[in-house]
Design a protein around this ligand. Structure first.
Ligand code: UT7
Length: 323
């Protein structure tokens, strides 16, 4: 008998305000055509004034609980992947815990920027396999609109706000890749690349700062490293791209998503794509895509999924799981 962390529920929340590409042209030298052709992004959601990351996360959590038919009392741990927590402390996860009315268990944040959800999923899997929790609420939630430099057309047109949540539950499997649940993961970081994607402020430097990115450099690393991490995690199971039902990639750029799928030998009709409607929502993009992919009828029980992501650090990784 093998313990597995299987998906019991999924949900998401997007702030009401939708901002179309053409609306940037009022203040920036840019166009819908440039943004669409370079990134695949058409629109994104922005949080309202006063609406915080933990607000979005709590709403996504409630949607996932409803999908699972569970209540907050059934959850042992909350792990929130975010780089844009409401406050320096306490964690966004403890705020979510309070907002959904959960008074037992434990909650904490994981910060690996755009790779955050993959790191959090792998971490939550560890909580379940080690017997520290039977049900874990894993959330990716961000308000990247708060760290944009609205005069920098190379970054501010790319990001959006949102949240997605998964509930992982302890189940018993057979120890084969046919089991439902998390089957393998592969995580990396390399701090030598911290200056190609970062925020130029923080607590210890006493400012909030803005996101700075050398897009071309990040692009180059992304295609190479995402295909490699997917290959490594699938390889742990003796599987290849051919066995994959869905790639659920971090939604940063449609050109990166296409190039990675091509390197993996997976056709685009087996890739869940939401970047056109959400932009880059950092740690929220994968759980958002899982929730939307399920709602669209793309992701079905038994499907083999590879989720892969890369972001500031650089930090990158992938998780293979059966829905
Ligand atoms: O989630 C974390 C991971 N992040 C990523 O994966 C992002 C990775 N990078 C990218 O997605 C792409 O590099 C971008 C979408 C950011 C940029 O695409 P690119 O094809 O690499 O364009 P570029 O940065 O080389 O810029 C090309 C041109 C430049 O003009 P010149 O120097 O050729 O005259 C830019 O100034 O496009 C210009 N440009 C713009 N033009 C209109 C940059 N931003 C804009 C804009 N509108 N918004």
């Amino acid at each position: 008998m093998t313990i597995r962390a299987a998906v019991r529920g999924v949900g998401h929340y997007l702030p009401e305000k939708v901002f179309e590409n053409r609306e940037f042209a009022a203040t920036l030298d840019t166009s819908d055509d440039w943004i669409r052709s370079r990134s695949g992004i058409e629109r994104r959601h922005f949080a309202a004034e006063g609406e915080t990351t933990s607000d979005l996360a709590a709403k996504a959590a409630e949607a996932a609980l409803a999908d699972a038919g569970l209540t907050p009392a059934d959850i042992d741990a909350v792990v929130v992947a975010t780089s844009t927590a409401d406050l320096t402390f306490p964690s966004a996860a403890t705020m979510v815990q309070a907002k959904i009315g959960m008074t037992q268990g434990f909650a904490y944040d994981v910060q690996a920027v755009c790779a955050g959800f993959v790191f959090a999923l792998s971490n939550a899997n560890g909580l379940i396999l080690s017997g520290q929790a039977d049900r874990v609420l894993v959330i990716g939630a961000e308000t990247f609109s708060r760290i944009m430099d609205w005069t920098d057309r190379g970054t501010c047109v790319l990001f959006g706000d949102g949240a997605g949540a998964l509930i992982l539950e302890r189940t018993e499997g057979t120890g084969t890749p046919e089991d439902r649940g998390i089957l393998a993961s592969d995580l990396h970081s390399d701090g030598r690349y911290q200056d190609i994607l970062y925020v130029d402020g923080g607590v210890s430097t006493q400012s909030t700062g803005h996101l700075r990115m050398h897009g071309k450099e990040v692009f180059r690393h992304a295609v190479e490293k995402l295909a490699e991490t997917a290959h490594l995690s699938l390889g742990k199971l003796g599987l290849t791209g051919e066995d994959v039902d869905w790639i659920v990639p971090h939604q940063a750029n449609l050109r990166i998503i296409k190039a990675t799928a091509q390197k993996m030998g997976v056709p685009m009709d087996r890739v869940v794509i939401t970047v056109q409607d959400h932009g880059n929502t950092s740690a929220a993009s994968i759980p958002l895509a899982l929730s939307v992919g399920k709602a669209r009828g793309q992701i079905k029980p038994g499907d083999l999924i590879v989720a892969e992501a890369i972001g500031g650090g650089l930090a990158w990784g992938s998780v293979v799981f059966r829905w």
